[in-house]
Design a protein around this ligand. Structure first.
Ligand code: OFO
Length: 169
């Protein structure tokens, strides 16, 4: 059985992962509306991955005899100043998620819940990869500069990085 405060923090993470999924979906529709189909595809794949993360939390809570609660999700932003601002927001959001995963790790240690501590390690590794991948995209954007031609190239390039049928792993 999960201790109540562990179940609570895992349930809070369901909301964060589900919001992440909706956030990237909304960012994807912005990218599509602004002529960036490659960026949109990357964001839609990212959104799928976040949904898989949410499902992992739901599955784990159930497996440990808890009750996973599906919350209401707040509406993500609709507009972005430009693609640079959008990816800055993606990075900031991933850093926020990393902090919340670290808070879960901290609580599992305080509570000596070594099973959950072991389980959550997958997310610790995942966050390192996600932050590195978004930082890499921001570096590329900065390297390319702000011209429209460069943005077209960037959009083509990012399309090759991810596809919508990502496994979510
Ligand atoms: Fe992108 O983060 Fe989930 O965990």
């Amino acid at each position: 059985m999960l201790k109540p405060n562990i179940e609570k923090i895992l349930n809070e993470q369901i909301e964060k992962e589900g919001y992440s999924s909706n956030l990237y979906l909304a960012m994807g529709t912005w990218a599509e509306a602004n002529g960036l189909p490659g960026v949109a595809q990357w964001l839609y794949a990212q959104s799928e991955e976040e949904r898989m993360h949410m499902l992992k939390f739901i599955g784990y809570i159930a497996e440990r005899g808890g009750h996973a609660i599906i919350p209401a999700f707040k509406k993500p932003p609709v507009e972005y100043a430009d693609i640079y601002k959008l990816f800055d927001e993606v990075l900031k959001h991933e850093q926020y998620i990393t902090e919340s995963i670290n808070d879960i790790v901290g609580l599992t240690l305080d509570e000596k819940d070594f099973s959950t501590n072991n389980w959550i390690q997958w997310f610790v590794t995942e966050q390192i990869e996600e932050e590195a991948s978004v930082s890499g995209i921001i570096d590329k954007l900065n390297l390319m500069g702000k011209g429209n031609n460069n943005l077209y190239m960037f959009d083509r390039d990012i399309m090759s990085l991810r596809s919508i049928d990502s496994s979510g792993q």
